[in-house]
Write a protein that binds this ligand. Structure first.
Ligand code: SF4
Length: 682
């Protein structure tokens, strides 16, 4: 379907390349169609580099600073080059912006008719079959669940998309969603009585026929993982793949190329087995007893994890559990319950297609639990004296090194085996189809070098970078207080709040204070509260943990002069435009916690290869995050803001220079009065 490599087409190609350049010129297609369009040579150059990569079916890794206008810079050449395009992004904000706005603007400006589809993961669409089953089985009889079910039924009767995001009356987190959406495991596919009107398959059919498909990285990587295992494909095969916000790919890749199971999955399996068993084979087995004892065994596993030192909200590498033997025993109990349920399903095989779908799920769970039980028992053996060192990463079925770790929530837990590197998976995916790959983001380099990112994803690529067109020297200030509070001091959190308070007063709130740990969040917030009380100067104070992230951000946007105190997780995916965010305070450089199981295993692995994990892995990650934050502060030509960092390592350590050089060219001051005066010009 695509262009390319045919000499007879060189001329039309050259003409199209000119068309790409002309679209960005003064008085060009974009200037005529988009009010306030400012022609920028960096945007045009990026568009031409994208066009060339498409023609060559090459791989382009492009960093474009905030304000370059990179979505137009890849949409214009992608549409003009012809062929089919997949655009994958890391955040919902950008997904909506591209689909609802940018694509329409660009195709309008170019005068092309673009058939575009936004495709989401299957869990976003209502499953008509499960909805019917849920409505009929009477198992959702709390008043709230019944009312939610009625809302969803009414919506499904009239909806074209079946997209659950359109059901605003039912909260995203409501338990009912599990009963009315499908997973790959419980979907009946072509055997389903509702296959024809099925929202999931209708959306996929539309995507197969569309010229442009917009997805998120989770779906893109899920597709990559499925193709890797020769299972199936979720997405159409296209000529051009654009991966925007590409800095997210290594992290999200870890989720998809690893393996794992969770106690929530056990609970879902129990709920499905109960509903299906009672519906399809009520007399076939004691479904209530079987599923209750499965759930009970899952709770016992959670209790054993708590006893082994895994607190809610934390993660531990398997070899760091303090009582692995107790966890292994609890897993043995779970395995036994899964075997009993499996036996019941086998006895009822052939009675109902949906019941038959449960058997492989239970078998898979049994095998995973057995695998983890054995690994945990081995770890218990090691803990009893054979070795004092943490065990090295083990290997998955493909022989890739993996680290096993467990994370816990209040009542749940996830068991994960995560590959130490995702590069092989990316290389295989890149080689599978002859197509162009464009990877772009505002944050792919460290001190202008792409090595760390390319090393993570393992691809050979043409690299290009364009600085932000904003005048950072005029619009922004990097303030490093003099003296810096000592991070080793017991009062570091309070010292941070004390140093930030005068600047917060000068900025009139409008500030994010980002801390390295949740503990620091509470202490910094408490100290700021004290300052407000003592001075009588009040700003709306929003604190992570007191409300959902979404609500806090919404309140921040609506309140005037608010101060939000959060951990570094608040840094990304946040889009607060204009003056509402004028000051960002960071207590420490955002290095990933060294005791995070994946970080620990990767550091160990790099060290064992004689490499420098700090320079190759930890520093680039922290720099990427810091650059993301700096990008939030200045969103357009008129934005102004101060970035205040209280980490003395920026000045005392040799890598501090690398960090500063990786940031946009802020004006720099160490003088508090200069930082405070900066806001007078706002
Ligand atoms: S095909 Fe699958 S997702 Fe679609 S209605 Fe049937 S079970 Fe649900």
């Amino acid at each position: 379907m695509a262009l390319m490599r045919d000499d007879s087409k060189l001329e039309p190609l050259e003409a199209r390349r000119r068309q790409v350049a002309d679209a960005f010129a003064p008085g060009g297609a974009l200037a005529r169609a988009v009010a306030g369009f400012v022609p920028r040579s960096s945007q045009r150059d990026m568009a031409l580099a994208v066009f060339d990569a498409i023609v060559e079916r090459g791989t382009l890794v492009a960093e474009a600073g905030t304000g370059t206008g990179k979505t137009f810079a890849y949409l214009v050449p992608s549409l003009l080059a012809g062929g089919r395009v997949l655009v994958s992004v890391g955040t919902k904000t950008l997904q909506d912006q591209i689909f609802d706005k940018d694509l329409r603007i660009v195709s309008g400006a170019l005068g092309t008719r673009t058939d575009a589809v936004l495709l989401k993961g299957r869990q976003n669409y209502i499953c008509l079959h499960r909805l019917e089953r849920a409505a009929g089985d009477g198992l959702h009889e709390t008043r709230e669940a019944a009312a939610q079910l009625r809302h969803i039924e009414r919506f499904a009767r009239t909806s074209v998309s079946g997209d659950r995001a359109e059901v605003s009356s039912v909260p995203e987190t409501a338990g009912i969603w599990h009963a009315v959406t499908s997973t790959q495991d419980n979907c009946l596919g072509a055997d389903c009585p509702r296959f024809e009107p099925c929202f999931v398959y209708r959306a996929r059919r539309r995507a197969l026929a569309a010229q442009v498909v917009v997805v998120n990285h989770h779906l893109f990587l899920a597709d990559m993982a499925l193709r890797d295992e020769h299972f199936a494909e979720l997405l159409p095969t296209v000529d051009t793949v654009v991966l925007d916000e590409a800095h997210h790919l290594p992290r999200i890749g870890n989720e998809f190329f690893g393996e794992g199971w969770s106690l929530a999955q056990v609970a879902e399996l129990a709920a499905d087995a109960l509903a299906t068993g009672l519906h399809a084979a009520r007399d076939g087995a004691p479904w209530i007893d079987l599923t209750r004892s499965l759930e009970h065994a899952a709770r016992e596993v959670r209790v054993s994890l708590a006893q082994a030192g895994l607190a809610a909200g934390s993660k531990l590498a398997l070899d760091r559990l303090s009582e692995p033997a107790a966890v292994a025993d609890a897993l043995a109990g779970l395995q036994q319950r899964a075997e009993q349920l499996n036996a019941a399903l086998e006895q009822n095989a052939g009675r109902d297609p949906e019941l038959d779908l449960l058997a492989p799920r239970v078998e898979r769970l049994r095998a995973q639990v057995l695998d983890w039980r054995q690994a945990t028992a081995a770890s218990a053996g090691a803990a009893h004296g054979q070795t004092a060192k943490p065990a090295p990463a083990s290997a998955d079925a493909a022989g890739d090194a993996v680290v096993r770790w467990i994370s816990a929530s209040v009542s749940g837990a996830q068991f994960r085996a995560t590959p130490l590197s995702v590069s092989d998976s990316f290389v295989r995916a890149r080689q599978r189809v002859a197509q162009a790959w464009i990877l772009t983001s505002a944050t792919l380099t460290v001190a202008s070098r792409f090595d760390a990112f390319l090393g993570e994803i393992g691809l050979e690529a043409t690299t290009r970078r364009w600085d932000s067109p904003f005048d950072f020297r005029q619009q922004a200030l990097l303030y490093l207080p003099d003296p810096m509070p000592s991070p080793n001091s017991e009062h570091f959190a309070e010292d941070v709040a004390d140093a930030a308070w005068p600047v917060i007063c000068s900025s009139g709130g409008r500030a994010f204070v980002l801390c390295a740990t949740l503990k620091a969040v509470a202490r910094v917030a408490a100290r700021l509260e004290q300052h407000m009380e003592q001075s009588g100067t009040r700003f709306p104070l929003l604190i992570q943990g007191k409300g959902t992230r979404r609500n806090l951000l919404q309140t921040y946007r609506n309140a005037s002069g608010a101060v939000l105190v959060g951990s570094i997780s608040f840094w990304e995916g946040i889009d607060v435009r204009g003056e509402a965010l004028s000051l960002v305070v960071i207590d420490k450089l955002p290095f990933a916690p060294p005791d995070d199981p994946l970080v620990e295993a990767r550091v160990r692995a790099l060290r064992s290869q004689g490499r420098n994990p700090f320079i190759e892995y930890q520093l680039p990650q922290a720099v990427t995050l810091l650059k993301q934050g700096a990008g939030r502060l200045i969103r357009d030509e008129h934005d102004r803001g101060v970035l205040m960092i209280l980490d003395g390592r920026l000045l005392s350590k040799s890598y501090g220079r690398t960090v500063i050089d990786s940031l946009p060219p802020f004006a720099l001051t160490r003088d508090e009065s200069v930082a405070r005066r900066f806001f007078r010009g706002s």
